[in-house]
Design a binder for this molecule. Structure first.
Ligand code: GTP
Ligand code: MG
Length: 446
């Protein structure tokens, strides 16, 4: 029998309401004792006082009782909606512990929901990510996953693998005979289709990771082009020091900012050039790392200066990036433009002045983020899911060769690996360790 757990499910801090959630066999008796009620009607909002161990009033709260199995965890659950702030919720939590509950660990409610068959892992993960989602598009994708979109995909892939495996097992029993051509062709086609499908889903998901975690947008360029000025204008306050001395920004500066319905991480970097100074060199190494880590790069050039070797270096960095969205900005449009933009033309540069029209950059970012977010396909939302599909695909690729050579035992072996990997997305085989790792990353009270 699982013990009874309790946690504050809402964010800690000053707020008008807080919710304390208790799950397990003792929930109902704890609720009756803390409220001094003899009976609480299930699924009704009951307004009542809550008392501490000395019978002193803690708060007036709404109490809602969900009877097992019709609850989030599948166990008896009681929720107390009390006043927010730092003190009241803690007092209610402490009282539930005095009355027999223990403090829940992170993700323990969701873990119980999974163990009791209320949700599968794809839904559990989608719920957890929804709490942290950084864009409305992400919210929509996660809502689809909560409704079972990914689970259906996993089940279909598994069915297809099982069918191939079944063919193979039958054929193994007739080992002396060659595999008939039509069956060989049909199995090969099936594997090729799965290979392409799984690869697509992994690639699409990797490119769109920022939808869930927040896109990283790095502002790069040689010194003095106006990177920090752009950061400040986008943030609408003077976050970074701006000066006409080249090399003003020494270290990367990261700030969160909302662009349309997306919360992104905007990073100002040190101007990239051949530096002598030790500290500046470290800053420039960080600028280069920011390029690697960014999903979107805003590369700035100074329109009021000739195109020089330092600009050339930036251009070569841009050309060596793979799978990144690049926005090229030519700054200082309030001055005469003498920059030769021939080599930048293919990037459709935006001409702006950070002093007056950064909305051009905001609009471009909005369009880009919306187009990345406009996705009807299935998306994998965690490293765990991406790794599982990658292993499933690798095993399919490994299965192709033994199939052609008629080595059906090896073929079955690899297909089985693929099956285990794909199934682990919704229900892992060796559960306990994976579950602890996964649910441990959830919020407390979830
Ligand atoms: N005329 C004009 N000057 C600008 C514009 N944007 C920035 N500047 C000036 O350009 C100089 C450099 O600006 P910063 O924003 O510090 O440039 P940076 O790219 O961050 O430079 P580092 O940190 O040294 O790499 C400052 O004197 C700014 O006032 C603009 O649109 N027009
Ligand atoms: Mg700067």
């Amino acid at each position: 029998m699982a013990d009874t757990i309790s946690a504050i499910s809402t964010a800690h801090g000053v707020s008008s309401l807080s919710v304390i959630r208790v799950s397990g066999d003792k929930s109902y008796s704890i609720a009756k004792k803390i409220s001094k009620l003899n009976n609480i009607i299930p699924r009704h909002a009951t307004l009542n006082s809550l008392y501490d161990s000395s019978d002193e009033l803690i708060d007036q709260a709404i109490i809602i009782y969900f009877v097992s199995p019709k609850s989030f965890t599948g166990e008896d659950i009681v929720e107390f909606q009390c006043h927010g702030g730092l003190i009241v919720a803690q007092m209610v939590l402490d009282r539930t512990v005095e009355l027999g509950a223990r403090l829940a660990t992170a993700g323990e409610f969701s873990k119980r929901a999974f163990i009791n068959g209320k949700i599968d892992l794809t839904k559990a993960e989608a719920t957890a990510k929804l709490i942290e989602a950084k864009s409305v598009s992400a919210g929509k994708i996660l809502a689809r996953q909560m409704r079972g979109e990914l689970k259906i995909f996993v089940d279909k892939t598994r069915d297809s693998l099982l069918k191939s495996l079944a063919y193979s097992e039958v054929m193994i029993d007739y080992a002396e005979e060659d595999i008939p051509d039509d069956i060989l062709e049909s199995l090969t086609n099936q594997l090729n289709n799965l290979d392409i499908k799984l690869n697509n889903i992994v690639q699409t998901s990797l490119r769109r990771r920022g939808l869930i975690d927040g896109f990283k947008v790095a502002i790069i360029g040689k010194p003095n082009v106006g990177k920090s000025s752009l950061l400040n204008s986008l943030l609408s306050y003077d976050r970074a020091i701006v000066s006409d001395i080249a090399g003003t920004t020494r270290d990367t500066i990261e700030e969160q900012i909302r662009i349309d319905s997306h919360i992104i991480r905007l990073i100002d970097t040190a101007g990239i050039r051949k530096a002598q100074d030790k500290i500046e060199k470290i800053g420039i190494e960080r600028s280069i790392s920011s390029i690697d880590e960014a999903d979107i790069i805003i590369s700035i050039f100074d329109g009021s200066r000739e195109f020089d070797n330092e600009d050339e270096k930036i251009l070569s960095l841009l050309e060596n990036t793979e799978d990144k969205h690049i926005i090229v900005v030519i700054n200082k449009s309030d001055l005469d433009n003498i920059l030769d933009i021939n080599s930048l033309k293919k990037y459709n540069p935006l001409f702006i002045s950070t002093k007056k029209d950064v909305n051009i950059v905001t609009d471009k970012l909005t369009n880009l983020l919306n187009s990345i977010g406009d996705i009807d396909d299935i998306m994998l939302i965690s490293t765990r899911q991406i790794e599982a599909v990658t292993v499933a695909r690798d095993s399919i690729i490994k299965a192709k060769e033994p199939l052609q050579n008629g080595e059906l035992e090896f073929f079955s072996y690899h297909l089985n690996d693929s099956l285990v990997a794909i199934s682990s997305i919704s229900k892992p085989y060796n559960s306990e360790e994976i579950l602890d790792k996964m649910f441990g990353e959830f919020c407390l009270g979830k």
